[in-house]
Design a binder for this molecule. Structure first.
Ligand SMILES: [Zn+2]
Length: 77
């Protein structure tokens, strides 16, 4: 699914409380958040990107952490 190129306004101040906005990178997507009310500001494409990356990481994590042997381990006498 593709999204039309939308303008990505980067508000210099928080739309909610007019506090100062700070930026950081989440899943290679620039995200802006308010230092005062911790509100997060990002466009739809950025949100979809983050959700997709985090969903992929969640499905891949159990496989990486799973090191169980194949099948039941026979008892040793
Ligand atoms: Zn705010």
């Amino acid at each position: 699914m593709t999204y039309p190129p939308a303008p990505s306004p980067r508000p210099p101040s928080c739309p909610r409380c007019t506090g100062p906005m700070a930026g950081y990178q989440r899943a290679d997507v620039p995200v802006q958040y308010c230092e005062r009310c911790t509100g997060v500001f990002l466009d739809l494409a950025a949100l979809e990107r983050i959700v997709a990356v985090e969903a992929a990481a969640r499905t891949a994590a159990p496989q990486l952490a799973h090191h169980a042997p194949h099948g039941p381990v026979p008892p040793r006498f």
